[in-house]
Design a protein. Sequence first.
Length: 445
Amino acid sequence: MTTLIPIERIAAHVGERVTVRGWLQDSTPKGKLLFMRLRDGTGMTQAVAYRPELGDELFEQLKRLGQESSLIVSGTVKANDRAPGVPRGYEIAVEAAEVLQDAQDYPITPKDHGVEFLMDNRHLWLRSSRQWAIMRVRATVKRAIIDFLDGRGFVNIDTPIITPSAAEGTSTLFEVAYFEEKAYLAQTGQLYNEANIMALNKVYCFGPTFRAEKSKTRRHLAEFWMVEPEIAFCDLEELMRLEEEFVSAIVGRTLAERANELELLERDVTPLQNVVAPFPRISYDEAVQRVLAIREATDDPELRDELAIEWGDDFGSPHETELTKQFDRPVFVYGYPTQVKAFYMEPWPGRPEVCKSVDLLAPEGYGEIIGGSERMSDPDVLLAAIRRHELPEANYQWYIDLRRFGSVPHSGFGLGLERTVAWICGLEHIRMTSPFPRTLNRLTP
Ligand code: 4AD
Ligand code: MG
């Protein structure tokens, strides 16, 4: 008798005969022994073949298998402190094996390949242990997002991907041919969610989002996933409380469920353990002062240049990076200048040049992971903003309607999935967080 198991459950089967179906990562012969590292998509473990047990023919066949050959292996699970794997410390003493395919000349070997080569082979690179770990973390982050919001009574609702007009600025729209008309891929579901909350009170959409950003930074994708909660009867202060609980829950759950993967990624989890609400809150005004103080204090001329800023400017990556280094957990920056934010943000009472926006910046230099705000609730103020931004008024009539029939204070935010995963995994580039990333210079595979 043998039980088919996923490798991730191997610890529960010590002393039992099991079967594992997977792929060969590599193997090392040592006399009569062959140490095979086997992965099955749920984990990795060492399978040890012993020539006298398997016979010469099968042993030789296994020994000659190339990297990524597919096979089925049965044997007894043993605990072994020194055995590598995820989870670590187990091995299978092979009693039977069946080769499905002997693969030869797998292009990705343990040596160093350039990242462009690896990205060209993304369909294969995904099998590598770091990429595997990142995708598992990504899935857990998604699950944590959904469970948190569902648990708080939010209704999950889907917003259109094909849209007639801009929401976050006209310069980053992807145009599509829509029969005889022009349409655009959605930059956000927010405007629709503002309609949805008037029907359902608290909602969120979670799906792909598109930005034709001509930026080649470590933080930008052309296609990414955003979760967008929107809440009726909610002001900026309540919004921040929701965001800090949300982000703490996501990080906490990932630490609890993906410890093996984070260890494999060599992520120092100490900074993540600090991610507990409440988070510090600073105004845009204070943030500018802090950036200028860092700029004064540095003797790195390049950094001085990068940190140049005047009141009214948006923060770039260098500003956010330096600012977040001053805090041991994510930091809220609220009250940005109206001119650098989207048209729909509620003006600050008594200070129309400032809006009730809030960005959440992740620590360790990661920067913005959430953008959000309280929304305009007055139809006339909104109409004036639409005109100021020279947006096509007719397309926004329905949006203004929301302020005509039972307008209420309301707020919402968008969290970028990939930026959040990059931060939690401690990655140097956002493209690693997407199985098949779309960037300014990559559309394949
Ligand atoms: O700050 P953004 O543009 O906000 C909105 O779109 C609002 N309508 C959201 C809302 O209030 N419902 O984007 C929100 C987040 C960013 O903080 C970032 O995490 C992510 O989406 N994001 C990107 N991630 C990867 N690549 C890009 N090009 C991104 N642009 C935004
Ligand atoms: Mg933003």
